[in-house]
Design a protein. Structure first.
Length: 173
């Protein structure tokens, strides 16, 4: 599996603008009662939830609001030259709330077909993404990008040392 990490992925001004949009008090977050499909959820993780904001999903969106379009533009402006001509499948912002103990969510696949993905960390905390095949943990460091194939098993976690773990999940061809 080809896994790549890039520190300081966005220029500071772009990362600050992205953070300003997402951490605004009026930014809409939506409750998601299952971190993975209910069919994959283990009993230990049955009460874990997270908040999310779907920026874009190819199958669902025709019109994108101005803040979401700004987020897409900021990320694709940098990601497209890195990856070449890409086709966006989905972009979603995640907020995993703080928990007293670190919880590792169940393994999952974003989509069953082969595609590429990236996770941009918006804050630094003790949360991480783990890829099953390599058993490697990629910790959340603000403005770092993890690029990998999310059609392979991977999992996310909560955090214990920040108000929450915030990241942007990008799926593309």
């Amino acid at each position: 599996m080809d896994v790549k990490t890039i520190q300081d992925f966005l220029p500071k001004q772009s990362f600050d603008r992205l953070s300003q949009i997402i951490f605004a008090p009026t930014f809409p977050w939506y409750l998601t009662t299952s971190v993975v499909s209910p069919y994959l959820k283990s009993k230990e993780n049955s009460k874990l939830f997270y908040m999310s904001h779907l920026v874009y999903e190819k199958e669902k969106y025709v019109k994108v609001n101005p803040n979401d379009q700004a987020i897409i533009n900021l990320l694709l402006e940098k990601l497209a030259p890195e990856e070449g001509n890409l086709q966006l499948i989905r972009m979603k912002i995640n907020f995993y709330p703080n928990t007293t103990e670190l919880h590792e969510h169940d393994y999952h696949r974003d989509y069953e077909y082969s595609h590429m993905g990236a996770i941009l960390s918006l804050n630094t905390c003790d949360g991480y993404t783990q890829i099953r095949e390599t058993d490697t943990k990629y910790f959340s460091v603000a403005n770092s990008l993890l690029s990998f194939n999310p059609s392979e098993d991977h999992c996310s976690t909560t955090t214990t040392n920040a108000i929450g773990r915030f990241n942007i999940n990008i799926n593309y061809l």
